[in-house]
Design a protein around this ligand. Structure first.
Ligand code: SAH
Length: 358
């Protein structure tokens, strides 16, 4: 019995919009502008709390308003495909209002705390950062996503999971794009995800991953949000990091680590450093020593990500990763290792792309 009953879902919930009018809360606000504000709140509740499949089921609203919403902002998602290969990962290609297709991923996993359903959202269509190991970078950059386009990715999976009685428990901004180049839309989408009247996803269940943009790391610290910060480090020296991630030439490690120290000083929150392991490039014991030194006395943990993908770069053998990990642990640094989900459907880290089919 697959975890995802996709075919049933496609029929019940994902009718392709007939008139290409997509639901968007900004639009609903405009449509209901002449109405008392509580009508807007009722519409909001119908979507976020009741997850109604059609506006006609939002019976708190008068028939005239239901008809208007049905006509102008139908509850339908425009999608290209939904693929699930390994039972735990599902990738959706969602079409935005202008025809851009953006990939978003749902990861289902069981932890000691129970079943987790994590949505990995994209914050941009494509990415301009040019990290050499990342497939998204090769696809180029199109534009920032709006706050509702980011929320829409979570809403899509909220509807998807509703059929099985499950809910989205976690959201990670680790899909396409650099969230801190789209800072204000990302923050406003986080507030919507966190809002008790909307998605009601605890801030601690939301993680934002950045390639390391110091002023935005500091800005996040002053947002008064309890979200988790993840920094894609991948190397502990400027020379190596700049060769993997062009952003490092602009914001070298000293600047990056200073901003992280300020962030921790202000929030007292533990930071996750992501470290992709690439065979023969950044996986040596000496490099683990350098990493331990860089992270000395910083409230953090390291998340090792075996490299995903094909081509010249490869993931190291398991024993090399183990050795690297033990060097860090001996220096008192906590380490976790990321399980790679969805490689067979190109849904793993650094494998998301977009297409421009306007
Ligand atoms: N721009 C943000 C978020 C997107 S990338 C950032 O850089 O953090 C999300 C994570 O996937 C990052 O930690 C990135 O380093 C990692 N990643 C990218 N390409 C990868 C690959 N080929 N294999 C494994 N992880 C990869």
């Amino acid at each position: 019995m697959p975890l995802f009953n996709i075919s049933a879902f496609l029929i019940v919930k994902l009718r392709k919009p007939v008139n290409n009018k997509l639901m968007d809360f900004e639009k609903i606000k405009t449509l209901l502008a002449g109405q008392p504000y509580y009508r807007y709140l009722q519409a909001q509740k119908a979507i976020y709390r009741d997850t109604v499949s059609s506006w006609q089921s939002a019976t708190a609203l008068p028939k005239k308003i239901r008809d208007l919403l049905e006509q102008e902002a139908p509850i339908e998602f425009d999608f290209e495909t939904v693929k699930s290969v390994d039972r735990s990962t599902l990738k959706a290609l969602l079409k935005m209002g202008d025809g851009l297709v953006v990939e978003t991923v749902l990861l289902r996993h069981t932890t000691r705390a129970g079943q987790r359903n994590t949505v990995c959202v994209s914050s941009q269509a494509g990415c301009p950062m040019g990290c050499i190991f990342c497939r998204t970078a090769k696809a180029g950059y199109e534009r920032n996503l709006t706050s509702s386009e980011i929320e829409g990715q979570v809403l899509f999976f909220k509807y998807f999971l509703k059929n099985s009685g499950a809910r989205v428990s976690n959201v990670v901004y680790m899909g396409m794009g650099e969230p801190f180049l789209n800072y204000s839309n990302v923050i406003s989408s986080i507030r919507v995800l966190n809002d008790r009247e909307k998605f009601d996803i605890g801030a601690r269940k939301i993680s934002v991953s950045t390639c390391g943009i110091p002023d935005k790391i500091e800005k996040l610290a002053s947002e008064n949000l309890q979200v988790n910060l993840a920094v894609s480090l991948n190397a502990a020296t400027d020379k190596l990091r700049s060769s993997l991630m062009p952003v490092n030439s602009k914001y070298p490690l000293k600047m990056l680590m200073d901003s992280v120290r300020k962030y921790i000083g202000k929030t007292n929150r533990r930071v996750m450093f992501e470290y992709i392991m690439i065979e023969g490039i950044n996986d040596g014991a000496q490099q683990a020593e350098e990493l331990a030194l860089l992270l000395k006395e910083i409230l953090c943990f390291v998340n090792l990500i075996p490299f995903n993908g094909t081509g010249k770069l490869k993931s190291p053998q398991e024993d090399v990763i183990k050795k690297f990990r033990s060097v860090l642990e001996k220096k008192g640094i906590a380490v976790t290792q990321r399980h790679s989900y969805g490689q067979d459907i190109s849904a793993a880290c650094g494998q998301l792309v977009y297409s421009n089919k306007k």
